[in-house]
Write a protein that binds this ligand. Structure first.
Ligand code: APR
Length: 228
């Protein structure tokens, strides 16, 4: 069975109603990264950080996977599919994808601030100051903040290095190390980049660019891959 690896970003969830980060109405137009998505932000104003993620988590309980997420599930009929996502939403899982690796964490989980191995599923949208782990430490969003290491990246490299087909969808490819993942994909792998604003990725040859929305481009691309 051939391996398909997908690297997804905020763009694939935008048709579900989730904000991206760097589009015209993106989150980084409304919030400053250093105030809501960094260890310094957490030290300086944990309430603002908790509010930023609570708002996004609340929204996540109101949205559904879209045609783009669902198309990727169909690929599992014929391929060994790994989704490597920069997204912290659970829309790939809710669509039915079975192998999802979250490089930047998961919005519906919280983590102990004194023992990073203590990770908890959140059953409501709100995480507050005073919500403690079993060791009595404050819980924080289970998100990789800017300036923090990306623990899943080594595993992502191992997966990408075995790709026969690599599909980049809905990401501006400006955040590292996630954006460097394509450099680990075998040279002879088929590579697609699905994004209305997709541009050439420097140094990546024979990249098939599809300048369309994920919900429009993925269903026919998946149909083609299932029939080929
Ligand atoms: N279908 C496909 N792509 C889309 C769609 C759509 N419907 N709508 C927008 N896009 C594209 C945009 O053109 C853009 O290239 O999705 C991309 C979103 O880029 P960003 O907002 O930068 O999001 P992303 O690449 O996921 O950001 C990476 O940065 O802020 C951090 O940790 C955060 O995981 C995030 C990382």
């Amino acid at each position: 069975m051939k391996n398909i690896v997908v690297l997804s970003g905020a763009g694939i969830s935008s048709e579900s109603g989730c904000n991206t980060f760097r589009d015209s109405n993106g989150l980084w137009r409304k919030y400053r990264i250093e105030e809501v998505a960094s260890p310094v932000a957490w030290r300086n104003n944990p309430e603002l950080v908790l509010e930023f993620y609570n708002e996004r988590r609340k929204k996540l309980f109101e949205v559904e996977p879209n045609a783009g997420h669902k198309a990727l599930v169909e690929l599992e009929k014929k391929y060994n599919v790994n989704i490597i996502t920069q997204n912290v939403d659970d829309l790939h899982e809710r669509a039915g994808s079975t192998n999802v690796l979250h490089l930047h964490g998961e919005l519906k989980k919280a983590r102990s601030t004194c023992d990073p191995d203590l990770v908890y599923e959140l059953d409501s949208w709100e995480l507050k100051l005073g919500d403690l782990c079993e060791k009595g430490c404050q819980l924080r969003p289970h998100i990789v903040w800017f300036g923090e290491p990306v623990p899943m990246f080594e595993k992502a490299i191992r997966i990408a290095s075995k790709a026969d087909i690599f599909i980049v969808v809905g990401t501006s490819m400006v955040v590292y190390p996630a954006a460097s993942l394509i450099n680990y994909v075998p040279l002879n792998a088929k590579k697609y980049y699905v994004d209305p604003n997709a541009g050439n990725l420097v140094g990546i040859n024979d990249l098939h660019i599809i300048k369309e929305k994920a919900g429009t481009a993925l269903p026919p691309l998946v149909k083609n891959l299932l029939e080929s």
